[in-house]
Design a protein around this ligand. Structure first.
Ligand code: PHE
Length: 448
């Protein structure tokens, strides 16, 4: 039943894929706007701390378990279990991961579909097709279904091509393009009037905002941004060669993710204040910064409109950036259920991909048709409940259930002297005690 498994051909390939998974709408949209509405640099500082003190250790748990087991999350957690009870919980968490990854993809594909539609809009403008422009930027069910289908189709095409030819090849191509586009856009926006005010809002810490609410927002953001809890990083780890040092690669992924989130803030916040300078409203009636879909879909397009023809190209660059970031993340979500279908059900990849992809598209379509009731609900169930709880389960498996000698043996591969490192002195008890407690405390706070 076990088909030959894919593998990343190089550590750069893995880095691009894992960083591609991590860097997504969460970085370019979620992080800057959360920073702006939670005290600017105060949020940035707390986020940086949490990313390295909480998310990085949890990421290491996933990567290590994945590379050791060389299987999807269900099989991997069963494999490191020690008896029937832990095996049962392993399956439960594994299936939970598959379900939550699929739910995240089902709403993510909708939002990414908006990005594709807005990427098409400047082209329609260039050709003077005003009817098309209206349709592309209007929020109709037909438009949403169409563009979610297009985005889901692209995701499926890449995943059907496999680990090396699909995930690795496309991530290695798209990630550098993303960084170049981001830097070009920043260079442009920072020359516009109003940009400095945005920088100030982003970078001047207002520590009066420090509160449990800020902490929870930062933790949720760190978990979502590093793609944790749902087995994405676990499955990518399972395609990784044993010659690489996991702590080092994990740290690099975290650094790239945090670095791009921070850099995206240098674009989004200044762009908002440039838009304000150009006459667009950026505060809602209650005086809060517009941070939801309105920001990306109204404030920024309004800004591009004021720039004349140049604005069309800036809009293309901006929405291309969003689509690329979304795509390298969505493929990593789809790989979770697809890998399970291939490995546990014996279905070949080329069949498993459209099968799973269409089921998830059906969920997306149901959400689109019942947007007001379902969208927020699915986001909240998957990211506010699913991800942290599964994150705890993964830490418990790495810290309590998995035998310590096996864990050490896995980490030693590609990092001979790991026992002498600070990492080995701290991480094992950290992932055992501190991570689950921190996550659970924050979770309890947010639920109450
Ligand atoms: N990390 C992605 C982002 O920041 C989202 C994601 C979550 C990807 C969970 C995979 C799994 O947008």
């Amino acid at each position: 039943m076990s088909a030959p498994r894919g593998q990343f051909s190089s550590n750069i390939g893995f880095l691009m894929a894992a960083a591609g998974s991590a860097v997504g709408l969460g970085n370019i949209w979620g992080f800057p706007t959360k920073a702006a509405s939670n005290g600017g640099a105060a949020f940035v500082v707390v986020y940086l701390l949490l990313a390295f003190l909480l998310a990085y250790p949890a990421l290491m748990a996933e990567l290590t378990i994945g590379r050791h087991a060389r299987r999807n999350m269900v099989q991997a957690l069963r494999e490191i279990s020690i008896g029937p009870i832990s095996r049962f919980f392993g399956s439960l968490a594994g299936f939970g991961g598959i379900l939550v990854a699929s739910l995240i993809l089902s709403f993510y594909a909708i939002v990414a579909g908006w990005m594709v539609a807005h990427l098409a809009e400047p082209f329609a403008s260039l050709f003077g097709a005003s009817g098309a422009v209206e349709w592309l930027t209007g929020n109709s069910t037909a438009r949403n279904l169409t563009f979610t289908a297009i985005f889901s189709g692209l995701t499926m095409l890449i995943i059907a091509a496999g680990v090396e030819k699909g995930i690795e090849r496309w991530s290695t191509l798209l990630m550098p393009s993303l960084i170049i586009l981001l830097l070009l856009l920043i260079a442009y926006v920072l020359t516009q009037p109003g940009a400095v005010t945005g920088l100030e809002v982003y970078l001047m810490p207002d520590f009066s905002h420090l509160s449990p609410k800020l902490l929870i927002a930062a933790m949720g953001q760190a978990f979502f941004s590093l793609s944790l809890g749902v087995g994405t990083m676990l499955i990518y780890g399972s395609y990784l060669s044993q010659q690489e040092s996991l702590p080092r690669l994990g740290a690099l992924v975290t650094l790239i993710d945090v670095g791009i989130a921070f850099t995206a803030g240098l674009l989004i916040l200044p762009a908002m204040y440039v838009a304000q300078e150009a006459g667009t409203q950026i505060f809602s009636e209650s005086g809060e910064l517009i941070a939801g879909p309105g920001l990306i879909l109204q404030v920024l397009p309004a800004l591009f409109d004021t720039m004349g023809t140049a604005g069309l190209f800036v809009a293309i660059a901006f929405f291309a950036l969003m689509v690329i970031a979304s795509l390298t993340s969505s493929i990593s979500m789809l790989e979770v259920p697809v890998a399970f279908t291939i490995e546990n059900l014996g279905v070949p990849r080329r069949l498993a991909t459209p099968l799973v992809g269409l089921i998830i598209f059906a969920i997306s379509s149901t959400i689109i048709v019942n947007f007001d009731t379902l969208f927020g609900l699915v986001v909240s169930i998957s990211t506010e409940y699913g991800q942290p709880l599964l994150g705890v389960a993964l830490c418990v498996f790495a810290g309590w259930i998995w035998r310590r000698d096996q864990l050490l043996a896995e980490l030693k591969k590609g990092h001979e002297n790991i026992e002498q490192t600070l990492f080995w002195k701290i991480w094992p008890w950290y992932v055992r005690i501190v991570c689950p407690l921190l996550i659970l405390t924050a979770f309890a706070q947010s639920v109450m």
